[in-house]
Design a protein around this ligand. Structure first.
Ligand code: PMP
Length: 404
């Protein structure tokens, strides 16, 4: 059966609300997606029926919630095709990248190089800048072509025996570009580097098999994947996690502690100091289960159709500049409107009930690369409809007329 957007949409209570007297048209899912009832209910069910701290309980609630928490880890492992011990719960994609960067910092020597791309989110730039500032690492940025695709030859040219870490996004949160992650991973590993992929956007729009990609680390956030905030995933190859120093110290990540010394627990618990985001992990597990009820290829086609519809409707708009038109891109439309600041565009669109993001999208270097200080961004998710795509085009056309 083909993907039924109206049935899927009905599972998101918030999408029934109005904004300024108009039906909400939520086109900000790249920042954070809305949550289906299955996620909301899984979290409240846990709070109402089996809540306690995890891993400590000798009592029933403790055992039940620990089982639910570890079941979520198994769901994530199955979802991305790895072993359960290779899944670390973090509080988000950002923390997952910081965890890896902080650990690798202790293995680098001054002058070691870290290769990123010009299309990275700050979450995949700033943690590496820390390594530049404090450990003498050298950062390189692979160039982006004018159409928003990665310059793969330029990427390869920056790899050398000095390159120790290569980190790049699976899908740009601004341009919508989907990178050839397998090819880039091979190139980087052939040069002897470890590879981290920022999958915060990529995993939302298609299946991910980390073994097939072959990367050393893959990170993503729960809240963009129709799950809750406060939960992220670090996948790390077992041998990488075994060699990575711990990130934070505290309870539950140790083997033994004495006044003189400590030993650490094995991964993944070694990286989960303190009380973890229990309910959030359960919510993410529910989101993964829920997504499993759909054919992801059909969802991807649905989103691509929405993007094409909007793009074609705006084809003749000579007042519009679109950032990122790479082949095979995902359903993210970043744009500027001549004569109007992106923030003003977003505010006027909001009067029509249309929610878009405006600003630098935490990708300042990329904005500079394209010669703009900000852009507006409409991002589509599985629950958006063709009527909403049309409502956006209509509202944007009216917004532009306001400034003309
Ligand atoms: N990378 C990309 C590509 C993103 O879009 C985001 C979220 N905007 C992040 C990393 C950071 O994710 P979080 O804020 O959930 O930690």
């Amino acid at each position: 059966m083909a993907f039924d957007v109206h049935a899927a949409r009905a599972e998101f209570p918030i999408l029934a609300r109005q904004v300024h007297g108009k039906p909400l048209v939520y086109l900000d899912s790249a920042a954070s997606a809305q949550k289906p009832r299955a996620v909301i209910e899984a979290m409240s069910h846990a709070m109402e029926h089996a809540y306690s701290n995890v891993h400590r309980g000798l009592h029933t609630l403790g055992n039940e919630v620990t089982e639910a928490y570890e079941a979520a880890r198994r769901k994530v492992a199955a979802f991305i095709g790895c072993d359960v011990g290779e899944v670390v719960f973090t509080k988000g994609g950002t923390e997952a990248i910081n965890l890896v960067a902080a650990g690798l910092a202790r293995t680098l020597k001054p002058g070691d190089e870290i290769l990123l791309t010009q299309m990275e989110h700050h979450a995949n730039i700033v943690p590496w800048h820390f390594l530049r500032e404090h450990w003498g690492a050298v950062l390189k940025f692979a160039p982006v072509n004018d159409d928003g695709s990665l310059d793969v030859e330029g990427f390869q040219a920056l790899l050398s025996e000095r390159t120790k870490v290569v980190a790049f996004t699976h899908m740009s949160n601004v341009l919508g570009t989907k990178n050839p992650v397998r090819e880039l991973t091979r190139m980087a590993q052939d040069a002897g580097a470890q590879v981290l992929i920022d999958g915060c956007q990529g995993i939302v729009h298609g299946p991910v098999d980390v073994r097939e990609i072959g990367c050393d680390y893959y990170v993503f956030s729960g809240h963009k994947l129709y799950g809750p905030t406060g939960i992220g995933i670090l996948y790390g190859k077992a041998e990488r996690l075994a060699a990575l120093p711990p990130y934070q110290g505290g309870g539950e990540m140790i083997g033994t502690v004495t006044f003189d010394e400590i030993t650490y627990a094995d991964a993944p618990h070694r990286f989960e100091a303190g009380t973890p985001p229990i309910l959030e992990a359960i919510g993410l597990g529910a989101a993964i289960d829920w997504l499993g009820g759909y054919d992801r290829a059909e969802i991807a086609e649905h989103e691509a159709k929405l993007y094409r519809r909007v793009r074609e409707a705006l084809n003749g708009a000579n007042w519009l500049r679109v950032l990122g038109e790479a082949e095979g891109k995902g359903a993210i439309l970043s744009f500027t409107v001549d004569g109007a600041h992106a923030h003003d565009v977003a505010q006027i669109l909001d009067r029509y009930g249309v929610a878009v993001r405006a600003g630098t999208h935490c990708a300042e270097p990329l904005m500079r690369r394209f010669g703009v200080t900000s852009s507006a961004r409409a991002s589509f998710a599985l629950y958006n409809t063709e009527e909403e795509a049309d409502a956006f085009v209509d509202a944007l056309t009216r917004t532009q007329a306001f400034f003309a």
